[in-house]
Design a protein. Structure first.
Length: 269
C-alpha cells in the first residue's frame, strides 16, 4: 500500500525533472546538430581562434583572481560573526543581481581616465576601455561571487575543532589556515574556480561596454561571445551557429576535462 501511495509522488518528480532537463538539453543539442558540421572550418578561422584565446586568457586570470581574494573572504564569512555581516553578504550577492550591462558601465566609471582611481592609473598608462585588463575587471566583478560562495559553504562544514587542535599544538593562524583549512577544502576551491571560469567564459553583457574588442597581438580582437554576435548581425544566424557550436564544444570539453582531473586527484589524495 505504501509503495502504491508513493507512485504519484515519484511520477511527479520524474516528469518535472525530465521536463527541465529537456529544456536544458534541447537547445544545446539543436545548436550542436546545426553548427557541429562547421566545427573544423571554425577552427581554421584565425579571427575566431584569436577570440577564443582572448576569452580563455580573461576567464583563467579571473579564476586566479577569484581564488586569491575570494578564499580569504569566504573564510571570514564562514568563521566570524560581526556587525553588518548581512550587509556584506548582500554586497557579495550584488553581482548576481545587477544587469551585466550596468556592471560594464560601473567598471568603466570606476577605472576610466576621468573618474575615481582612473586618473591615477592613467598616469602609469593603465587603461580599462577596450583592453584585456578592463575585461578582466568587469568579468571578475561578475564571476568571483561563485568562488566565494562555494568556499564559504565548504569552510562552514569544516569542524572548527580541527583548527583549534592545530592552534593548541603551536601552529600559528597562518600555518593553520594554509596547512589545515585549505587542504580540507581544496576540492571545493577548485570547483569554485572552475565555476568562476565557466561563468567568465560566457560573459558578454559587460564586455559590450568595457571591451567590445581588445588589442591583442597588434590586432583588433573580439572576445568570443562578441565575435559570435558580430557574426550573427553581419552574416546571419547560420554562420553564427557554426562559431557558437565550436565555442560550446571547446568550453564544455575543457570543463569536463578539469572536472575529471579534479575528481581523479581527489581520489588519489
Amino acid at each position: 500500500m505504501r509503495s502504491l501511495n508513493s507512485l504519484p509522488f515519484f511520477a511527479f518528480l520524474v516528469v518535472f525533472s525530465l521536463l527541465i532537463l529537456l529544456f536544458f538539453a534541447y537547445p544545446l543539442v539543436l545548436l550542436l546538430v546545426l553548427g557541429g558540421s562547421g566545427f573544423v572550418t571554425s577552427l581554421e578561422n584565425r579571427s575566431f581562434m584569436l577570440s577564443i584565446e582572448v576569452t580563455l586568457i580573461i576567464s583563467t586570470i579571473t579564476s586566479v583572481f577569484a581564488v586569491l581574494f575570494g578564499v580569504p573572504l569566504g573564510y571570514v564569512m564562514a568563521r566570524y560573526d560581526f556587525k553588518f555581516k548581512s550587509l556584506l553578504e548582500t554586497l557579495i550577492d550584488i553581482p548576481i543581481v545587477i544587469p551585466h550591462i550596468v556592471v560594464g558601465l560601473m567598471v568603466l566609471l570606476a577605472f576610466s581616465s576621468q573618474y575615481g582611481v582612473g586618473p591615477f592609473l592613467h598616469r602609469f598608462g593603465i587603461t580599462v576601455l577596450d583592453t584585456i585588463f578592463g575585461a578582466i575587471l568587469a568579468v571578475s566583478y561578475l564571476s568571483s561571487t561563485y568562488t566565494i560562495k562555494v568556499v564559504e559553504s565548504s569552510i562552514a562544514m569544516v569542524d572548527p575543532e580541527v583548527e583549534l587542535v592545530s592552534r593548541s599544538l603551536g601552529a600559528s593562524r597562518f600555518a593553520t589556515f594554509f596547512r589545515v583549512t585549505i587542504p580540507s577544502i581544496k576540492r571545493s576551491i577548485l570547483n569554485g574556480a572552475l565555476l568562476t571560469w565557466a561563468r567568465a567564459t560566457s560573459e558578454a553583457g559587460a564586455l559590450f561596454i568595457i571591451a567590445y574588442y581588445v588589442f591583442f597581438y597588434k590586432k583588433t580582437v573580439y572576445p568570443s561571445p562578441i565575435f559570435i554576435y558580430e557574426s550573427y548581425i553581419t552574416f546571419g544566424i547560420l554562420q553564427a551557429v557554426k562559431f557558437a557550436a565550436a565555442l560550446v564544444i571547446i568550453v564544455i570539453a575543457i570543463f569536463i576535462l578539469f572536472r575529471a582531473i579534479f575528481r581523479v586527484r581527489g581520489q588519489i589524495y
